[in-house]
Design a protein around this ligand. Sequence first.
Ligand code: SAM
Length: 246
Amino acid sequence: MQLFIPRCPKCLGILERNGDTLTCAGCGEIYSVKHNIILFLDSLPLKEKVISRKTFFDNIAETYDNSIVSIVESMGCKWRSYTETLEDIIRTMDNKIILDIGCGTSFPLASFLPDSTEYLGLDLSSAMLTAASDFVSKDVNATFLNIEAEKLPLSEKSVDVCLSLFSLNSIPEPEKVVEKIMQVVRDGGEFIASFPVSPSGIHDNDINSPIREEVLEGLFYPLVKDRWKVSYFQCGSIRIYRFLKG
Ligand SMILES: C[S@@+](CC[C@H](N)C(=O)[O-])C[C@H]1O[C@@H](n2cnc3c(N)ncnc32)[C@H](O)[C@@H]1O
């Protein structure tokens, strides 16, 4: 399998591979690679708050797959309905470059990836990525990026599809990430995002805390303003948005 080589998160310079490291041709920073996981965070300074979020998600990685099933069901959506909807979307993505922001363990999504996809899983938690790397089929060309989504190290219009499943609601400044997503998705590409939505919800970065519709409208306003076509599917209080870049 060939590693997808992203850009340098510090200066967006070109990264050159040398065995188990990537070196930036621009700033000279060196990043290590373990199997198919690029460990950007090991080379970058991290704020205390980011370390504690990373530790939180590292600690729940082992039990995450069971938890997400219970969380989805607790939101009034049968697990089977949720996975069938995801499957219908993902199965059509032959030959696409898919960026999955806050991919976690890539469960259950990776079960539906066509072998022809190039899958880029990005997550703050290295423990989540280790589980994802084990779970994604060896027939899929997969690269994992251990970095904050806010520092998305990809060049403009470099991916066909960006996914963010239950992750933008776990990120402190999701609007910054939406801005990056708008840049990295190519014309004609898609952005797919799932959220727990509720009229009385609050965005407090808890993984199962629902978000109010008005908050989402604000978050997605830049996409609508830029004429991305929007549709959504609702299951219980879970909403899966699809945005098509015109
Ligand atoms: C609730 S889980 C969602 C996992 C998976 N996408 C799913 O559908 O079940 C949220 C994920 O976002 C990741 N995450 C949280 N903050 C992040 C950030 N700033 N940048 C990248 N990933 C982040 C967490 O490590 C965690 O794996």
